[in-house]
Design a protein around this ligand. Structure first.
Ligand SMILES: [Zn+2]
Length: 159
């Protein structure tokens, strides 16, 4: 029996999802699409420096699957850098890890924290203690594409 495709757990969406070489019109550029799960793999393995086993566990995939994701991600990033392509981050098979959202009443800054971490004491931007929980922007996550697809929703309902 074939194993059902696992949804890849992603804990944060990219801050920016489009990069291009300076000074070249977009119409002249080829675009490389990095999926959100590939972006997450780069973040975990290359930026946070996790071992593949640990990173795979965070994304709820096997180490082999993680290996394939990171290999594909490295190839795409290298292609964009070496060949001067635009790089867009979107789509992929993933589900967002649950986060609690907080908002600062003074500067309107809002940010998310994973469950299991302590409640923040003050705003990371202006240090105000005038903060509270904010509603999640349901369905407004950027760059999802097929991301939050049926497989992810179904998996969540079963839990
Ligand atoms: Zn603030």
């Amino acid at each position: 029996m074939a194993r059902p495709r696992q949804c890849r757990r992603v804990s944060s969406m990219p801050e920016s999802n489009y990069f291009k070489p300076r000074g070249i019109p977009l119409s002249m550029l080829e675009t490389v699409i990095l999926t959100v799960d590939e972006f997450e793999a780069v973040r975990l393995a290359d930026l946070e420096g996790l071992y593949q086993e640990q990173a795979a566990e965070k994304m709820k995939v096997s180490r082999q699957t993680f290996g394939r994701i990171i290999e594909s991600a490295h190839k795409k990033v290298a292609e964009a850098l070496v060949k001067g392509r635009a790089l867009k981050i979107e789509g992929g098979e993933f589900e967002m890890a649950s986060v609690r959202k907080f908002r600062c009443s003074d500067c309107q800054h809002s940010w998310g924290l994973p469950y299991g971490t302590g409640r923040p004491g003050n705003c990371p931007t202006c240090k105000s203690e005038n903060i509270g929980r904010a509603e999640m922007d349901k369905g407004k996550v950027r760059g999802t594409g097929i991301g939050q697809g049926a497989c992810c929703r179904k998996a969540r309902e079963k839990q």
